[in-house]
Structures are given as C-alpha cells and as structure tokens.
Write a protein that binds this ligand. Structure first.
Ligand code: ADP
Ligand code: ASP
Ligand code: MG
Length: 425
C-alpha cells in the first residue's frame, strides 16, 4: 500500500463524463490498496471564462485590491471541480471528501495571481486518509497570512499537486493530462515529436522555465527540492487498463544520471511567445547603468529575462532585455517615467511580437558545436536571431514571433529528435 497523489488537468476534468472516468480510475487505485489524494484543475476553459468575466468589469487589474478579487474569482473554478469529483467518487462507492486550499490549509504569500506556497498542513488530510477516505484538494488555490484566497499562477495545479505530495511524503505524484507524457517538443506544433520515457530533472526544469507548459515550473522546482517522484501520463487511456501498465506509462522525471537513460545531446525544444523585448538605445556606457535601467523594472515586480548589452561606440551603447508580455506596457511606463529622464539615453524601443526558442539537453555539457548547429539551421531558414542566451544545458534565441513554428520544426528535424537516440553501451 502506498500514498499516491493524482493530479488531473482541465481537459481531463472537462465534462461530467470525464469526471466520472477520473473517479473510476481513482477507484481502481483505491481498490488496489492505495491511499489516494487527488488534486484537480478547473474544468477546461473555466479559468479563462472566469478571468474574462472579471476583465469585462475591470479591464486592467493592477492594484493589490483588484488582484485579490481576481483571485477570489479565479479560484472558484477549482472549487467546483473538487466538489464534483468527490460526488463522482461517492457514486463509485468510495468515501471521499473535498477541501479548498484554505481548508487544508495550503499557506501562501500574498502575491495575488502568482502566490508561492509557504507550507502545507498535513494533519487533516492524514486523518481522513487514515479513516479510509479519498481526499480531493483544489489545485491552484491557497490562502495568505491574512486569510485571503490566493492563486498560484496559470497552470498552478501542477504545483499544488507536487507540493501536496511533498508535504505528505507521497510515494509518487502522477500528473494526468491530455498527452501521454513529455515529448521532445509540443506535439501540437510538431506531430513527429517523440514521447520521452524519462527526462532528467534538470532538463525538465529548463523545458518548463523556457515555456513548455506541460508542467508549471514551480512544480518541477518542488519535485527537485523534496525529491518527489513525478510522472506525466494520459488520463485519456481507458480507465480500466491494468494498474501495473498505467503505473509504468508516460514520462518519469529522474534525478539520477542513469547509464541506461536515453543519451540524446538535445532532449527537447521549448518555445514561448509570452514575452516582449525592450531596448534602451544610446545609453551612456558608464558603471551602474545596467542597474539603473533594470532596478526600477525589477522593483515593479516584473521578471526580466534575456539581457544583452552591445559593445559601445563613442561612449554609448544599446541595452536590451525581455519581460513577460503581460507586463510589457507596465515595464515601458516605468522606463519612460523613471529611467529615461535619469540616464540620458537617446530613445526607448519595444517589440511585443517576439518569441523565444530553446534547445535543452544535459548532453550539451559534453558536446561542442550544438549551438552553432542551431544557429546554422535557423540561418538556412532565413530566420534572424535577435538575442542569444546560453547555459550549460540550453541555448535560447529570441526571434520574430512569426517564425516560431518554422524554427521549432526545423530544429526538431536538424537534431533528429523524432528518432530514438542510441542507448549508451
Ligand atoms: P493540463 O490541463 O492537463 O494541465 P496543459 O494544457 O497545461 O494540460 O499541458 C498539456 C499540454 O502541454 C499538451 O496538450 C501539449 O500541447 C503541451 N505541451 C507543451 N510542450 C509539451 C511537451 N514537450 N510535451 C508534451 N506536451 C507539451
Ligand atoms: N485552472 C488553472 C489554470 O487554468 C490552474 C491549472 O489548470 O493548473 O491556469
Ligand atoms: Mg497545466
């Protein structure tokens, strides 16, 4: 008998029929002798619908008071899901109880719409499990120190599930979704993409942080910090396939560099069009200028990503960086009002129609020429690279948004990701 956490995403919870199938699957695990905690998302489309309603009434919520109410609205999607799933489980003859994040409680900070989990109290859940109940806990929700409902950012139910698994020291956290695992790239963009049987934790962390939305990045961070075994698998297989088969399906995130692991140099390609580029042109090239530009933007709680500074000519340089597209207007306003008057730059330019495309693989540590192959492939397609950033296990480029799919397909082909790599001897 093991304590297992299941997470079901929006499509998996998309209708009462789907919810019944989830309940049947969970019942199969319970009847096999396991203790189950289930973390569902809102039904597909529901969070978008709720946020759309809110924005009809206040189009650009920015103040903490407004963001608090956005969370009050958005969190209701998961509230409905847990109740429905608990009812479906009871219909299967199981004992089941649902909880909102505040009832567990899942304690977070007060950063509405992107709150971070601080701690999870496991007592209530443990007591229910000991009493033979299936516990259903809302994904995406938490509660801040003042008792206000918070949400964890889009895709946050993954993080709720892994954090709950960490708090309960669960044997495994199974993330059931609408694909049957983690692929070399999003199979919606490249139909030839191949499912990976395993992916290393470091690669998964990079893939998630570079835009692959199959897992929210914080869920991967939690998995690493608490060594939670996480598997991504499909909720669209028939619910009654043998449990042993299901338990081995999908993609397992591994922590050891196992010799038998697939040995591809590039494991996958991630892309992200949720960013925008900002350039401060003709900046006096003197010490402290970078912090004068970036500081006020960071103080406004805007994440800055790829940064480049050109070689200076005649004592002046250009300084560019990317920000989340949702923060683009705010970042431009901060720069225009606070930074431009102070630094004496020639002008400010912005481009919201960019995207980031990245290749990721731990094999890049020991192989040379991977980045140059990436650049060559893009140039053969006539794609201009605007910015480049690298780490030991990734190379990331910023390009015009309109070339994103072309770039991803060309790179997938160039690195032969549709073919299984030859296993190491
Ligand atoms: P859920 O609602 O279950 O959380 P998401 O839509 O958040 O599901 O994540 C699953 C989706 O992630 C898939 O349908 C797929 O289009 C997308 N995706 C992006 N990159 C990858 C990848 N490398 N492997 C698998 N799926 C990916
Ligand atoms: N329902 C939330 C969202 O759509 C959380 C999640 O699905 O993980 O972002
Ligand atoms: Mg998701």
């Amino acid at each position: 008998m093991a304590l297992i956490v299941h997470k079901y995403g929006g499509t998996s919870m998309g209708s009462t029929e789907r919810i019944r199938s989830v309940a049947q699957r969970v019942a199969k695990w319970v009847r096999a002798g396991h203790q189950l905690v289930v973390v569902p998302s809102a039904m597909s489309g529901e969070t978008n619908r709720l946020l759309g309603l809110a924005k009809e009434l206040l189009p650009n919520p920015q103040t903490p008071q407004a963001l608090r109410e956005m969370d009050a609205v958005a969190a209701t999607g998961e509230q409905v899901s847990v109740g429905l799933l608990a009812l479906a489980l009871q219909a299967q003859g199981l004992q089941a109880v649902s909880y909102g994040g505040w009832q567990v409680p899942i304690a977070t900070d007060s950063a509405y719409t992107k709150a971070r989990i601080a701690s999870i109290d496991d007592q209530r859940v443990r007591a229910d499990l000991a009493a033979g109940k299936v516990v259903v806990i809302t994904g995406f929700q938490g509660i801040d120190p003042q008792g206000h409902v918070t949400t964890l950012g889009r895709g946050g139910s993954d993080t709720s599930a892994v954090a709950v698994a960490a708090a309960l020291k669960a044997a495994e956290c199974l993330i059931y979704t609408d694909v049957d695992g983690v692929y070399t790239t999003d199979p919606r963009i490249v139909p030839e993409a191949r499912r990976l049987a395993t992916i290393s934790f470091e690669e998964m962390l990079e893939m998630a942080s570079l835009g692959s939305k199959v897992l929210q990045i914080r869920s991967v961070e939690f998995a690493g910090k608490y060594r939670v075994p996480v598997r991504v698998l499909s909720s669209f297989t028939p619910w009654d396939i043998p449990l042993e088969e299901e338990a081995k399906s999908g993609t397992l995130i591994t922590f050891e560099e196992d010799e038998k692991m697939e040995q591809a140099v590039v494991a996958g390609i991630a892309f992200n069009r949720d960013e925008a580029k900002i350039s401060v042109i003709g900046v006096p090239d003197r010490p402290g200028i970078a912090s004068q530009i970036v500081g006020p933007v960071a103080d406004a709680n805007i994440d800055i990503d790829v940064i480049i500074q050109n070689v200076s000519h005649d004592g002046r340089t250009d300084f560019s960086f990317t920000v989340p597209r949702s923060d683009y207007a705010r970042a431009m306003a901060v720069l225009q009002e606070q930074v431009m008057p102070a630094i004496g730059a020639a002008r400010l330019a912005g481009d919201a129609k960019i995207c980031k495309v990245s290749i990721v693989g731990i094999g890049m540590r020991s192989h040379v020429g991977v980045a140059s192959k990436m650049f060559r492939t893009l140039s053969e397609e006539g794609i201009n690279i605007q910015m480049i950033t690298t780490s030991e296990i990734k190379t990331c480029v910023v390009i015009d948004e309109k070339y994103m799919e072309l770039a991803v397909r060309a790179l997938h082909k160039a690195f032969e990701l549709e073919q299984a790599p030859v296993a190491a001897a």
